[in-house]
Design a protein around this ligand. Structure first.
Ligand code: UDP
Ligand code: GLC
Length: 383
């Protein structure tokens, strides 16, 4: 099957990492069209997935204003739509992976008469988007998409509640290459040495630095935890949220935690770093649509403490294969952290359970089969 994948971002966010795994089986006959250049393009090339930058024009990538900005500047988008349309004629379907890709893909799908698939990575609710933005997204999807792949039941549910059509939406979770999460003891020793954290209880937080990802919640919780606990914050501000990075540094200083918090920036060795941790935290203050970092930590056999909302509740069972806490509550997070420090045996069992359940549910081979089935069904129906 020949697929024209579209993504607005040049950066490596969760939706883009997910697309690499989805596009790989179609690499010989497909193309990924990006609306911006960046590390995502390099990563696609490393995976031998054909990629083309379809616009040199800087389109602002801001999650919330995305759709409206795209629609507001439809005039500016015409050359891009034109490029997409030209290419779409050589492919069987258009697969839009982000909201601006949806806008461009919808019009290109209409003009080129190719079916449109939309991979919904967001919870379409007012906690994440303006009401106008939601209305536009739902209208475009209902009008133009033949299939919506939602990244969790929570994302599907929000889509339906916002007025999305129920007969076009299917849930497919993100898939992961299981062997990438088996890390050697030597690697862990080396990383501990590099970070100078040999004797510490290490908590990891892996996410772009953004207010709703809630790194400040972990910093507040750390202030209520024993001295020998250190946190590593892995990730960078991907969408221009530099003010938040500044706030985080200030918080660390004002709480006197300079020796207990390390900002590592964006890293490519996530499984290695996760395996080095004693505990991984997820602190999103708004419902997380899926939460790749949670599954990745589980695959590394790590206990995860995650914010109980959105797709997270489909990933973690409290005190069985992880822990769930109230979003935005540092006190509760600190209590779970302290309990994990004091009950290492129970915590280790939860980490082992996490690896087993995540390996059974999120193997990329199985997930790609699910996607392939849906795409073939769609292709057969439109013929
Ligand atoms: N990630 C990464 N390097 C970093 C921080 C994060 O490669 O420094 C990856 C992480 O492993 C995960 C993805 O970025 O696969 C984030 O996806 P998630 O679904 O957790 O959140 P998103 O940012 O997409 O909302
Ligand atoms: C989005 C969501 C995240 C999800 C990822 C992959 O970036 O914010 O929760 O894991 O897409 O589907």
């Amino acid at each position: 099957m020949k697929i024209l994948f579209l993504d607005q971002s040049g950066k490596l966010g969760g939706a883009e990492l997910c697309l690499i795994d989805i596009a790989k089986p179609y690499a010989h006959s497909s193309l990924v069209g990006l609306f911006a250049d960046g590390d995502f393009r390099i990563s696609l090339q490393e995976h031998k997935i054909p990629v083309e930058i379809l616009s040199n024009q800087a389109i602002k990538v801001n999650k919330d204003s995305g759709l409206l900005a795209a629609l507001g500047s439809l005039g500016q988008l015409i050359p891009l739509i034109n490029q997409v349309m030209q290419r779409a004629r050589k492919y069987d379907l258009i697969y839009a992976n982000t909201q601006k890709a949806l806008v461009v893909g919808a019009i290109a799908s209409l003009l080129s008469r190719r079916p449109l698939v939309y991979h919904l990575h967001d919870i379409l609710s007012v906690e994440h988007f303006s009401t106008t933005n939601l209305r536009v997204a739902i209208t475009l999807i209902n009008q133009f998409a033949s299939l919506v792949i939602a990244n969790s039941q929570a994302s599907k549910q929000a889509f339906l509640e916002a007025g999305g059509k129920s007969d076009i939406v299917e849930v497919v979770y993100n898939g992961f290459e299981l062997k990438n999460y088996r890390i050697s003891a030597e690697s862990v020793i080396r990383i501990k040495q590099e970070l100078d954290l040999q004797d510490k209880f290490i908590i990891g937080h892996f996410s772009r630095l953004s207010p709703w990802k809630g790194q400040h919640i972990l910093i507040n919780a750390l202030a209520q935890s024993p001295e020998n606990i250190t946190a590593i914050l892995v990730g960078d501000a991907l969408f221009g949220e530099q003010y938040y990075v500044k706030d985080l540094y200030q918080k660390v200083t004002s709480l006197g935690l300079e020796d207990r918090v390390k900002f590592l920036g964006f890293r490519a060795d996530i499984p290695q770093l996760m395996t080095t941790c004693d505990l991984v935290t997820h602190t999103s203050t708004a419902p997380e649509p899926f939460g790749r970092v949670i599954v990745e930590a589980m695959l590394c056999g790590k206990p995860v403490v995650a914010a109980k909302a959105g797709g997270v509740m489909e990933l973690v069972e409290h005190e069985i294969n992880g822990f769930l806490v109230t979003p935005g509550n540092p006190q509760e997070l600190a209590e779970v952290i302290n309990s994990c420090v004091h009950k290492p045996h129970k915590t280790a069992i939860i980490g082992q359970n996490a690896r087993v359940s995540a390996s059974l549910r999120f193997d990329v081979t199985t997930i790609n089969q699910e996607i392939s089935k849906l795409l073939h069904l769609l292709a057969n129906n439109v013929q």
